[in-house]
Write a protein that binds this ligand. Structure first.
Ligand code: SAH
Ligand code: SF4
Ligand code: F3S
Length: 487
């Protein structure tokens, strides 16, 4: 593609991202890749020459949002902007490719999540030839081979990362593993992202180092089952624990290292030992249990029991008494009884998650659960169980936050907080939020995150954004805390 040609009339791109952290990272990499070729990005869809939807298929609701957005784009294209290029990227493109273009013939580009390095070429062709461009991997069946070589095409997007000195965010995602081999019976991810591929450790360390050189303070390593990372090179094996230790020790200016999402099976002591021994590693695990009932776990093909899960929580707490856990739960999986639900309540009470996402089971065509089981828990029961667990979790979160009142904690300042810390007193000048910017040095309300992933709001100078500060916790709510900076 000719960069000069694009430079003469820069195309404006709008990208809308749905789904998980993998998609957020993919969108960021797509943006960097296209910007390097002269495209510009706009946050106003109506100004765009190219609209990209980076989609998620994990639940029906996620797909519904994309269908409605595509409906709106069809009207926009027909009535206002014939030349608008519409691209569907990500998991839904991979899963629903044929159905998407049948129902939405105005789609110009379809690109699966493992094919995103091809996107620049696809866009260029779509604009020049006005013909639909498609790049999908066809991850439709179980594949056992774990690809471990860097030459594999899926590495290309991660390797394309451009390290601009103007990077403003102090937080960055780094992928260490793509895909998933687990085939939990309810889940589409193995079909949309394909089999597990592990990136070489040196490429990962180099990427983290480059990000830190640009001012990044916190890196989150990403993988669907991140703790299953393993890389074999000749006779040498690098385990997940080895990788964590390598990053921690070889990039000493990195302030915080975390990872998600962990899989409860095969979580070894070596990894916990490295976490405990490494001061800049966050004492935090996002480790979805999905259910507290062994029968449900068996039908979900999760490969562990509640007892194994509790064992892991205990092994982690023994080494790191202050560790924070986050989780995911599915309510209303086929056949889930009141007793199964009660078992999940007990699990939440016992683990005491700092935060826990509760999802209503959403049958996905093509998955084993959809073929084998009837979606027999009525929606009102799913809703009631969802509400029940949310209430329970909110109470626990409030207790965890309240117990931190009085503590002095390290916080990375992420930005400005929309929360009111105090009501202005009569005669006091009220600051206008909309006028504040990162350059502002006046006293404003800031928002930061602890190493345990808690959110805290406090008053401070605007130029602290992106810095590590100490804050004393003074108040707590279910979702966040408030505090005062320690001078
Ligand atoms: N790899 C991660 C999770 C990926 S999907 C893991 O295994 O932990 C994110 C979450 O979505 C899952 O943890 C699960 O709780 C939820 N989820 C996945 N498929 C779902 C479905 N069909 N219905 C409802 N929730 C689902
Ligand atoms: Fe889906 Fe299970 Fe893989 Fe997570 S581990 S992505 S829930 S198949
Ligand atoms: Fe969704 Fe794909 Fe992530 S289905 S949750 S965007 S891996």
């Amino acid at each position: 593609m000719s960069a000069i040609e694009i430079k003469e009339s820069p195309k404006q791109v709008f990208i809308d991202t749905y789904g998980c952290q993998m998609n957020i990272l993919d969108s960021e990499l797509v943006q960097e890749q296209l910007q390097a070729l002269g495209y510009q990005f706009t946050s106003i869809a109506a100004d765009a020459d190219v609209v990209l939807l980076n989609t998620c298929s994990v639940r029906q609701l996620a797909e519904q949002k994309v269908w409605s957005q595509l409906g709106r784009l069809a009207i926009e294209k027909r009535e206002n902007n014939n030349d608008l290029v519409v691209g569907v990227l990500g998991c839904m493109a991979e899963r629903e490719g044929a159905e998407l273009v049948k129902r939405m013939p105005h789609i110009d580009v379809l690109c699966g999540p493992s094919e995103l390095d091809k996107l620049p070429g696809l866009l260029q062709n779509a604009m020049q030839n006005r013909q639909r461009q498609v790049a999908l991997s066809g991850h439709t069946s179980r594949r056992s081979a774990t690809l471990e070589k860097a030459e594999d095409g899926v590495e290309a997007l991660d390797l394309s990362r451009s390290f601009s000195a103007t990077r403003s965010s102090k937080q960055a995602y780094v992928r260490i593993t793509r895909g998933c081999n687990k085939f939990c019976t309810y889940c589409v991810v193995p079909y949309t992202r394909g089999p597990e591929v592990h990136r070489p450790p040196l490429a990962i360390v180099q990427e983290v180092r480059s990000l830190v050189e640009q001012g990044v303070l916190e890196v989150t390593l990403l993988g669907q089952t991140v703790n299953h990372y393993v890389f074999q090179d000749g006779g040498k094996t690098t385990s997940f624990a080895d990788l964590l230790a390598m990053i921690h020790d070889q990039v000493p200016d990195l302030q915080r290292l975390r990872f998600l999402t962990s899989y409860p099976r095969d979580f070894d002591d070596a990894t916990l030992d490295v976490m405990a021994a490494s001061p800049r590693m966050c004492k935090y695990l996002h480790i979805p249990a999905q259910s507290g009932s062994n029968e449900m776990l068996r039908k979900m093909n999760r490969g562990y029991t509640v007892e194994t899960y509790f064992g892991l929580i205990e092994r982690a707490r023994m080494r790191m008494p202050d560790i924070r856990f986050a989780g995911d739960i599915i309510v209303g999986f086929p056949g889930e009884t009141d007793a199964d639900h009660e078992a999940t309540r007990l699990l939440i009470q016992k683990v005491r998650y700092k935060s826990c996402y509760i999802f209503k089971y959403s049958p996905r065509s093509g998955t084993v659960a959809d073929r084998r089981f009837v979606d027999d828990v009525p929606d009102d029961v799913k809703k009631a169980r969802n509400r029940d667990l949310l209430d329970l979790q909110n109470g626990i979160a409030l207790e965890i936050h309240s117990a931190m009142i009085g503590q002095e904690i390290d916080v990375i300042v992420e930005g400005f907080s929309p929360l009111r810390v105090h009501r202005p007193q009569p005669g006091e000048v009220q600051l206008g939020w909309e006028k504040r910017s990162a350059e502002s040095t006046s006293h404003v309300r800031l928002m930061g995150r602890t190493q345990g992933d808690e959110i805290i709001a406090f008053e401070g100078s605007g130029d602290l954004v992106g810095k590590l500060v100490t804050v004393k916790v003074t108040e707590a709510t279910q979702l966040s805390m408030r505090g005062q900076m320690v001078p």
